[in-house]
Design a protein around this ligand. Structure first.
Ligand code: PSU
Ligand code: MN
Length: 313
């Protein structure tokens, strides 16, 4: 039986049981499944991320909308239905109420996933890249940044979506008071690339340190997420110059085709994947798996800390 948080928000029995027992749970977003990756790679990847969690004895909680309900934790059949559907919407915070009203299926963005993870009491969330400030944007700033300033969850990512303005995004995160760290690096990772040191961040070296800092954030009552940037694994990293050329070409193609708003990311990402001859896709998959793994290790540290003292999340 799924537990209802409200009439439209259902927690799977596995996630519910883990949360009630204080066992580690990691949330995964689902826009990467519905809009980020092609079928069947999206389904394989989503299953792999859940498998990584189970192997680490962590309960995975992929969050998505199906038939007008928010599901926190998907069963295998629900995951397959979501990955196969050609009828999925991209759900950010502003879309949630409308999507429920319309009985939509959809993938939740980092912003919407953060909202539900926090509501359910999940402390760690893994994704690929967060949204941010678009290049030459006229106020195209992802709602992800605003939600990060309101939901105290550890978010593991590999930087921001490659097509964004990194400097402006980092400035905006600073304005919003979001603590940001590089995992075992002081260079802000640039999604497909490891980061060339143009953007320097505070370095954290252990998962225990991440849990301790999260604990501080809780004790201080600071509401912001803790953003941890984990670089793409070495063997999959692509040189920045190569990727930049592909991204610029994809941005140009998008502007010629009149693509804008929420369609921008899916369009550009598939163009970049095409231009890179598949290397971009492999890097994307590798960093997602790597982030799932790190998120699990952090979730275990936090649950151990919580069992020793009462953490308010
Ligand atoms: N990064 C990617 N692919 C994606 C996204 C991020 O490499 O599809 C998704 C995430 O779900 C993120 C969302 O939360 O894009 C941000 O979209 P927008 O800029 O429209 O807020
Ligand atoms: Mn936007």
């Amino acid at each position: 039986m799924k537990r209802n948080i409200s009439q439209n928000i259902l927690i799977s029995p596995q996630v519910d049981q883990a949360l009630k027992s204080g066992l580690p749970v990691v949330a995964f977003e689902s826009t990467v499944v519905t809009h980020g990756l092609p079928f069947p790679t999206n389904l394989e990847l989503a299953k792999e991320m859940e498998e990584i969690a189970r192997n680490a004895k962590v309960t995975p909680a992929t969050i998505a909308l199906m038939r007008g309900k928010v599901l926190i934790g998907l069963q295998d059949s629900e995951m397959s239905d979501l990955a196969k559907s050609t009828n999925n919407h991209k759900i950010s915070t502003k879309d949630i109420a409308f999507a429920l009203h319309k009985n939509w299926n959809g993938g939740t963005t980092v912003a919407a996933t953060l909202f539900f993870a926090h509501l359910a009491g999940i402390s760690v969330f893994a994704t690929g890249g967060i949204g941010g400030v678009h290049r030459n944007s006229n106020f195209d700033i992802s709602n992800d940044l605003y939600e990060l300033s309101k939901r105290r969850v550890v978010v593991i990512c590999s930087g921001v979506k490659s097509i964004l303005d990194i400097s402006s995004t980092l400035e905006y995160l600073e304005t919003m008071g979001v603590p940001l760290f590089g995992y075992q690096t002081n260079r802000f990772p640039e999604f497909y690339s490891k980061g060339n040191g143009e953007h320097v961040v505070e370095q954290i070296d252990t998962t225990n340190a991440i849990a301790q800092i999260y604990n501080q954030q809780c004790e201080l009552g600071l509401p912001e997420a803790l953003l941890v940037a984990n670089p793409v694994p070495d063997e999959y990293a692509i040189e920045k110059e190569t990727m930049e050329a592909n991204i610029e070409a994809a941005l140009l193609a998008a502007s010629i085709s009149g693509i804008h708003g929420p369609e921008t990311t899916p369009f550009i990402l598939s163009k970049v994947a095409e231009l890179s001859g598949g290397r971009a896709l492999q890097a994307n998959l590798a960093l997602l798996r790597n982030n799932a793994q790190l998120a699990c290790e952090v979730a275990i540290e936090i649950s151990q800390l919580k069992s020793r003292r009462k953490l308010i999340i």
